[in-house]
Design a protein. Structure first.
Length: 384
């Protein structure tokens, strides 16, 4: 069997005003995805997903990765990953960043093919199910009036979710007010996560950690700029709140630096960014070797969600998984059978490969060929 073609499918779905959220990356007026389709000479096709600028990913796939993998056996996932990363042309765009994002989608599609060839779901290929389902927490609490945030949190608790995450990083006083209010409403036993999306500096994060510890917060996620390993190490040393990060890290080598410096408690790789299924397995093994858990970041489309579910049930040290609960047609409409949480638990599809079937109507409705929006980091945190 040989790879005969690799192509990208860019999607964008507008979000109505009532479903839009605002975070450190700006106002979300739409949701985007880049699917990677790999075709073979025996008619088996695999699909993957990557999270990044579609125009750049198009270029990387067409000019760098596709020439490397054409003619290779798609079931040799490790060989292809190594050839693309170490022996291919990714060094032209750097060993981290958007090149690895594109490789993530390619790798995911290869695992989909491999599962179809062997007629088993991906989770069986990557070690078998260590559990039959994974607990999920809801990400949907963005900066709003405190009463509104509390109401949303209570609704997720009532639906059976195994936790809820608040977005921080705009106004310190309001951040802490919302955390205290949510904790008071949901009780001490319901997990509350927090995510600053790189919105804090070290001193502010240390102040926040004192309050978060009092509130029994499960973790403080991505508190500082992603490249500030020293700052994360200082924060971890001075805080009793677990530090979680990883959605913006690429490959095991980036995670290794945080582990080596004692700068992280919980690793959060994103399968559509960190290097695909192959690399997330390695990241999980690296974490396990140091006694650390992982919790997959899954703020993306349905294909990435499916891959995350396969990994989450198969990886021994996976403790809980994120579920983006904001408005996203590319999560809810992209499959003929949408993936849904039931009382705070999710299972991967059990069909061959990723076990998914794309909805052709959604692909047509959300097809996109225009220019991608460029996010600009918002102003500094208000410390009032």
């Amino acid at each position: 069997m040989k790879i005969t073609d690799v192509r990208t499918v860019r999607l964008r779905a507008p979000i109505p005003a009532e479903g839009q959220v605002i975070s450190r990356s700006g106002l979300r007026g739409s949701r985007s995805a880049v699917l990677i389709e790999v075709r073979t000479d025996v008619g088996i096709t695999g699909v993957g997903s990557c999270s990044g600028n579609g125009q750049i990913i198009d270029l990387i796939i067409e000019t760098i990765l596709k020439p490397v993998v054409i003619g290779m056996d798609p079931t040799k996932t490790d060989d292809i990953w190594d050839r693309a990363y170490f022996g291919g042309g990714l060094r032209q765009v750097g060993s981290r960043g958007i090149g690895v994002v594109a490789l993530s989608g390619l790798d995911m599609a290869l695992w989909d093919i491999r599962g179809k060839v062997e007629d088993v779901p991906v989770f069986k290929l990557i070690g078998g199910a260590k559990r039959d389902k994974i607990a999920v927490y809801a990400t949907a609490l963005y900066p709003e009036e405190t009463a509104t945030v509390v109401k949303r949190a209570l609704a997720f608790a009532e639906q059976g979710f195994k936790g809820v995450k608040l977005k921080l990083g705009f106004d310190f006083a309001q951040d802490m007010e919302r955390v205290r209010a949510v904790r008071g409403a949901v009780g001490r036993d319901f997990p509350v996560m927090t995510d600053a999306n790189m919105g804090y500096e070290v001193d502010t994060a240390l102040r926040a950690a004192e309050v978060l510890q009092e509130c029994g917060v499960f973790w403080l996620e991505e508190p500082l700029f992603v490249e500030d390993i020293e700052g994360h190490a200082k924060l971890k040393a001075g805080s009793k709140v677990p530090i979680a990060l990883g959605e913006n890290l690429h490959t095991r080598y980036a995670f290794e630096q945080f582990i080596a410096r004692g700068a992280v408690d919980i690793l959060q790789p994103d399968v559509a960014r960190a290097g695909g299924i192959s690399e997330v397995r390695r990241i999980a093994s690296l974490a396990a070797a140091h006694g650390l858990p992982i919790s997959l970041h899954t703020w993306g489309d349905a294909v990435a969600l499916a891959a995350s579910l396969h990994l989450s049930v198969a990886v021994e040290n996976s403790i809980v998984m994120e579920l983006d609960c904001t408005a996203n047609p590319l999560r809810t409409e992209l499959f003929t059978e949408p993936l849904e949480a039931r009382r705070g638990w999710m299972q991967p599809p059990d069909g061959p490969g990723l076990g998914i079937e794309l909805n052709p109507n959604a692909l047509e409705r959300y097809a996109f060929t225009g220019a991608d929006e460029i996010s600009v980091r918002p102003p500094a945190l208000k410390l009032s």
